[in-house]
Design a binder for this molecule. Structure first.
Ligand code: F6R
Length: 267
């Protein structure tokens, strides 16, 4: 796992956007699958990618996008559905065909069957080339809450009280937050060829420290990423504040000072 600590939100967005752009350039015109997270953490990266599309002509034409999750019971057009969120905040502003942006149908008559079919569609589509992730303050990734099997596949999950209260800010009240979601499983996410996880703020510090340095455990689902060979973590100082090992790469020193441009430490 490679940890890159950045100075501010702008740089956090740039470093994640660099990884996406690198993947797109390596692929050329070949189709690629980009895994997208919703939530606030990837927004600086989406803003930066939209800017590069508009100003530098970065093209997403060969991209198929797959979302991690969707609330059960929210129609696609609901303003808090992840279907809508990703369009409003990212994909409607770049050159990606709307039909190439895939998410679970939260209103499927049979959510369990929808989850199975979604997992199969990802696999049959050749899998995810680069997955962008956020992390919950309780260590969840997608909606894999503490206690999730590290081998779990896409399925219907119940949200914990902590996640419902974290997400209540997007709804009128905690009571309006849906209690269930269809979420890619930890096993499903772990099949992505590359993963970039991004977070900011003190509230994520414990989850980040557990993910990078703690024992692998269902108590902190993101610790499963320690098994993945290609994970980059892009965080600010506050989110890094509980890491105990001290030689992670800091990308924000002024040129000429100690550590400027230092190669990152890959683990
Ligand atoms: C979103 C998702 C969640 C979020 C996590 C962090 O698709 O799967 O795991 O990444 O809850 O949310 P934010 O970024 O809003 O703090």
């Amino acid at each position: 796992m490679e940890i890159r600590i950045v100075a501010d939100e702008e740089q956090r967005g740039e470093v994640v956007a660099d990884l996406v752009e690198q993947m797109l350039r390596e692929a050329g015109s070949a189709p690629v699958t980009l895994g997208l997270a919703t939530g606030s953490s990837p927004l600086p990266a989406y803003t930066e990618l939209i800017r590069r599309h508009r100003e530098n002509g970065l093209s997403f034409a060969p991209v198929n996008a797959v979302l991690l999750d969707e609330y059960v019971g929210l129609p696609a057009e609901h303003e808090q559905s992840y279907h809508r969120f990703i369009r409003d905040s990212f994909t409607a502003h770049i050159d990606i065909d709307d039909r190439a942006v895939l998410s679970p149908n939260g209103c499927a008559a049979d959510p369990d069957a929808e989850a199975l079919a979604y997992d199969r569609r990802i696999r049959e589509g050749g899998g995810v080339d680069l997955q962008i992730l956020g992390i919950g303050s309780n260590g969840h990734i997608a909606f894999n809450e503490p206690g999730s099997s590290l081998a779990s596949r896409t399925r219907v999950v119940s949200l914990t009280r902590s996640t419902i209260s974290d997400n209540a800010r997007f709804f009128d009240s905690a009571q309006s937050v849906p209690q269930r979601a269809i979420s890619q499983g930890l096993g499903t996410i772990g099949e992505a060829r590359r993963i970039v996880l991004t977070a900011s703020g003190e509230a994520k510090a414990e989850a980040i420290a557990q993910m990078a340095e703690g024992p692998v455990s269902a108590r902190w689902p993101a610790t499963t990423l320690q098994f993945h060979p290609d994970v980059t973590v892009v965080i600010d100082e506050a989110a890094a504040s509980r890491l105990e090992l001290d030689d992670y790469s800091r990308l924000h020193r002024e040129p000429g000072t100690a550590g400027a441009g230092a190669d990152h430490t890959a683990r």
